[in-house]
Design a binder for this molecule. Structure first.
Ligand SMILES: [Fe+2]
Ligand SMILES: [Fe+2]
Length: 404
């Protein structure tokens, strides 16, 4: 997509976001940053934002707190058929630019692999893998809270509506594996008990760090890798064409999550015992079953019925997921390390993010030199001089800080 099209798309989304609109209905993207010699990092970030907006067209959303105005009108405007259709029209080109190159790069490496061997190797690898590099690093810093806060914020892109993307993969009619997937989904939604729904448990953890729990509330401070991970998940689940890759996503996600969530649960117990870590404790337990269900009730019967080409698609989806999670994890650690280095130099200060950081200019490392003033970096704090942001890893984003 050329910048001119994205600017037009962004202007339309801004027009559809009236002043005072609830955060769940905020449709804006950073198209204004594209007008003046946009850098590569700015273009990639705004593309990811626009792709996220196309996927959000499919979610039922209501504000948590009653907003002034007619909620019926808000829904009619948010999901206006012509505007929704126009926004969806950008999706294929964005997926082609942002996600399909990754899929194509994966193909040669997985050619000829059998899915049973792949699963055996993956289970072994995940269970033997060393503890999270991020949590290990966090154990060694004097103040971990702002970094953990940032981890939660970046994860919230998906987790504040956890399993809603995968819900789109269980509608239709496709035999016994569909029912197994539906049983997993029931658990994700707390088997109908609101307080047990995973997205609600995640909110309980966010509250423990004083964070905003409104879906879409933190979009201005998501970094590019967090958006990429969110968009990979939706790329898979929003099209039935990707059915077997969706199953690959679940295979990888359910299997790796049972291990990583256990580490987070123990970290919170040790360092933030007052915070509700049920979200992580629950996953460390239930994802053992989910992983087993995906392998034995979904992957194996489908491969037995339709043959090895299904297995290849499952592996492709699992590998795409593994790469997106690994990139997000690596980036999360690198950005925290860059901030900690700046802080130790006296060039940065911890600060909680604003609950609404929209309306402040987007800064990327490759545009840092163009700005003056302080920059809010994710959920961590303020970098005193924008130019110092140039030392941060590609994919980091900041907001020019306005004192309020
Ligand atoms: Fe979950
Ligand atoms: Fe799960």
């Amino acid at each position: 997509m050329i910048a001119q099209d994205m600017i037009a798309a962004g202007a339309a989304l801004q027009d559809r976001t009236p002043d005072g609109a609830p955060q769940v209905f905020d449709l804006r993207i950073d198209h204004a940053a594209l007008s003046d010699h946009p850098s590569r990092q700015i273009v990639r970030h705004v593309q990811q934002e626009l792709l996220m907006r196309t996927y959000q067209n499919r979610f039922v959303l209501l504000p948590q707190v009653d907003a002034p105005g007619s909620v019926v009108q808000m829904l009619h405007d948010r999901y206006d058929p012509k505007a929704t259709h126009a926004l969806d029209g950008y999706r294929a080109a964005l997926e082609e630019a942002l996600i399909e190159p990754v899929v194509n790069d994966l193909r040669p490496g997985i050619a000829g692999q059998g899915v049973e061997d792949y699963i055996a190797g993956m289970l072994d690898g995940i269970r033997k893998c060393p503890p999270s590099a991020f949590l290990t690093w966090l154990e060694g810093v004097p103040q971990g809270e702002p970094y953990y806060r940032n981890f939660l914020i970046q994860s919230s892109a998906d987790l504040l509506a956890e399993a809603s993307a995968s819900a789109m993969g269980v509608i239709g009619e496709f035999g016994a594996p569909q029912s197994a997937l539906f049983r997993i989904l029931i658990d994700e939604f707390g088997y109908g008990t609101h307080d047990k729904k995973h997205s609600v448990l995640f909110r309980d953890t966010l509250r423990g760090f004083g964070l905003n729990t409104e879906y879409n509330g933190y979009w201005p401070i998501f970094d590019t890798e967090a958006l990429h991970l969110h968009n990979v998940i939706h790329y898979l689940f929003q099209s039935p064409r990707n059915l077997f890759r969706q199953i690959g996503f679940l295979l990888y996600a359910e299997t790796s999550y049972q291990v990583s969530t256990g580490q987070h649960y123990r970290y919170l117990k040790r360092h933030h015992p007052q915070v509700d870590g049920t979200y992580f404790g629950e996953h460390a337990h239930i994802d053992i079953h989910h992983s087993d269900m995906v392998i034995n009730e979904v992957v194996k019967p489908l491969v037995a019925r339709f043959g090895a080409e299904v297995g290849t698609e499952v592996i492709l989806g699992a590998e795409l997921t593994r790469l997106a999670f690994a990139a997000a994890d690596r980036h999360a650690l690198a950005v925290c390390q860059a901030f900690e280095a700046a802080r130790l130099d006296g060039a940065a200060t911890f600060a909680a993010p604003l609950h609404d950081a929209s309306g402040q200019a987007l800064v990327t490392p490759d545009t840092a030199e163009r700005h003056d003033g302080k920059v809010q970096v994710g959920g961590m704090g303020l970098l005193h001089k924008a130019a110092d942001f140039a030392a941060f890893p590609a994919g980091s984003t900041g907001r020019l800080h306005v004192d309020v």
